[in-house]
Design a protein. Sequence first.
Length: 417
Amino acid sequence: MLSKSANGSASSPAQSGVHPPAESFNTKHMRKVLASSFIGSVIEYYDFLLYATAAALVFGPVFFSNLSPAVATFASFGTLAVGYLARPLGGALFGHFGDRVGRKHVLVISMLTMGIATTCIGLLPPTAKIGVMAPILMVLLRMVQGVAVGGEWGGAMLVALEHAPAKRRGFAASFANMGAPVGTMLATLAVSAATLLPDDDFLTWGWRIPFLLSILLVGVGLVIRLTVAETPLFQQLEEQHRTRKLPIWDVITNYPRNLLLGTLAGISIWSTAGMVTVWGVTHVVEAGADKTGVLNAKALAAVGALITVYIGARLSDRFGRRPVMIAGAGAGAALALPMLWLLDLGTVTAYALAVMLGQLIQGFIFGPFAAFTAELFPTHVRYTGASVAFQTASTIGAGCTPAIAAGLMVATAETSP
């Protein structure tokens, strides 16, 4: 049975006996905590959105050059979906150890794994050199990347939330989400800069540079993350001997409704992202829009998302998580068809307007989402529950949406006279 917390979010009775940490926002350590959460999210989205952008522009001709352009695009987005399919597994795996042994050490491992996988993708030879092994290795690396990313968000969010005062948890947890538009912007600008090269150079080696730069971001993130202490709520959990042997089983058997609710809320975010920021890039570029202009528009829209994530999180601490998220989801439903119409125009200006609308909507839902999802689960299964809900939503919403859209385009092309 769920009870309603003071901020309008659902909480379980198991949470009621856990005292909030005494940590204030005005301490050096809390600033490190928030920085750790933010930079981890920046790196996560840089790595993952870098792959998504490259899948839209590069991987078809580089790794599926023996296929027709439309089928190559579909195959490229298929590898994108593989990474998303691995994310719930990563959420369960890293969530298991995060709920068993602590948040901090698991986060260090997830960040390092993610950075190594991304760097290896940048070093992968094309199909023209090693044949079918190229797409096979890319899929395997994408799976490793997906598993690592699956554990990153939940831990980064919880490190901030479980250090924060109870009345500021929405704002604190949003630092893991505020890193998303910044990571997206950095990844997009990195690829945009590479597209200034001649097409042959871009497809041969230029696209690899942003992937190789990932290891530098990971180094910065590890330095910050290693200085952060374990969260007070998890330390209290250990002292009370309330950790579980199988957190995922506890989540499935005791909190299925909460898991479903968190997943459905996340799908509303990720489906918009998949259509506008991934599939939409391919769609408008194939219609003749300039690649660099499209990517710059996408990067600019990420700034709008950063602002609305901040606003949405602050509003959620005042008015509750649900009202803010419902308002964002309603706006998304109302503007879905206009955004698709803008994408069909196939111009940089129309794409810029569509992606800005999509990112603004996403930000208002994404801002409160971290705290909303975390508060659906008690501390002893919170890493697992929040991670699996979020990553399952990303798999359904963002992982499958571009592939479905590309598949529909292939089917339409084949049935057209």
